[in-house]
Design a binder for this molecule. Structure first.
Ligand code: GDP
Ligand code: ZN
Length: 329
């Protein structure tokens, strides 16, 4: 079947109310409207095959609502020079925000995310492992790989930084020491951002915008809702994709921390600390919560120095939060 020459493929960058801003594959940015229901292009599923684990055709999601990061087919409107979204490709992943009531209220913040990049500063502001753990759990809960960037690394002694954060590397989170100021570690960071959709997150003031600017000379456009504005509200979280000049996108997800775990099943949390996994089946009780239970293999692993104690503390804090929110709904 010959492709319709007028059809174009693009990536959704932003919702601007009634229209969507789309970066077409040829590099042009245009506005398009969505009419009627989203048509999923089943025949495009083949593209995702043989791309490794997590990207099998079976794991693809069928989007019902358009989100930033979606790959869409656009075609010219019959009259005028405007564009219409005529189809959408299946998603291979998404960063979701759940709402009270479970799946029904789920909302996709960014579609087709390849990785979550959590940025902290080595100092000023002082990094906070408990907050870091929260971001990592959000990534795990969405089935997304995460990496950690410690920016402003020129401010702190390197071996102290490695002693403090090296553990995360050993449990599977690649660690980057960067400085937007001295440009240290920037080449390596650029390599892992190129050609992918990265959800960039972390507290404000750690240098996220400075890093993207130093790397690519582009300004990270601040999300439709800043985290300060968003705090305490659960209705308006806007994500925005910034295209990188050499391919790939950075999604600014300022509200991630506030909304990330709301409605997440507490029983799943133990699986979102990857280093707990080898011990989970060894606990004496099948429904062990790894808090105070006798014969808990996770607690034993902490005592043997195989699992960092503070990680179990983060787990306990998050578990209490999730259990409280489960009671609410
Ligand atoms: P964002 O809120 O995470 O986007 O942080 P910004 O990029 O706005 O940076 C916050 C402040 O940190 C600014 O004053 C930057 O100049 C400063 N900054 C950013 N990166 C570095 C760095 O690598 N070293 C130092 N010393 N300061 C930095
Ligand atoms: Zn246990």
């Amino acid at each position: 079947m010959a492709a319709d020459l007028k059809e174009r493929l693009g990536t959704v960058l932003e919702s601007t109310g009634a229209t969507w801003r789309i970066l077409a594959e040829d590099g042009e940015t245009l506005e398009a409207t969505l009419r009627g229901r989203l048509k999923i292009h089943e025949d495009r599923r083949a593209e995702f095959r043989d791309q490794g684990p997590g990207k099998s055709a079976e794991s693809l999601e069928e989007p019902r609502k358009l989100a930033v990061g979606d790959r869409v087919i656009i075609e010219p409107e019959e009259r005028g020079d405007s564009w219409a979204i005529s189809g959408i490709r299946p998603r291979h992943s998404s960063l979701k925000r759940r709402q009270p009531g479970g799946r029904r209220g789920e909302r996709v913040l960014v579609a087709n995310v390849d990785q979550v990049v959590v940025v902290f500063a080595a100092a000023s502001p002082e990094p906070n492992e408990r907050m870091l753990d929260r971001f990592l759990v959000i990534a795990e809960a969405n089935g997304l790989p995460a990496r950690i960037v410690l920016n402003k690394s020129e401010l702190v002694n390197r071996s102290a930084l490695e002693a403090r954060f090296g553990y995360y590397n050993t449990i599977g989170y690649p660690l980057h020491f960067t400085s937007a100021k001295t440009r240290e570690g920037l080449d390596e960071l650029r390599d892992v951002l190129l050609g992918r959709i990265s959800a960039l997150t972390g507290p404000s003031g750690v240098g996220k915008s400075s890093l993207i600017n130093a790397l690519f000379g582009v300004r990270l456009r601040v999300g439709a809702v800043s985290s300060a504005v968003n705090k305490g509200r659960h209705t308006t979280v806007g994500a925005l994709l910034t295209p990188l000049p050499d391919g790939g996108f950075v999604a600014d997800t300022p509200g991630l921390r506030e909304v990330g775990l709301w409605g997440h099943p507490s029983r799943d949390l133990q699986h979102e600390f990857p280093e707990f996994e080898p011990f989970l089946s060894e606990c004496r009780f099948a429904d062990c919560k790894h808090l105070v239970e006798p014969g808990c293999a996770v607690i034993e692993a902490v005592e043997l120095g195989k699992v960092r104690r503070e990680r179990l503390e983060s787990y306990a804090t998050l578990l209490a939060e999730l259990e409280a929110s489960e009671k609410e709904w």
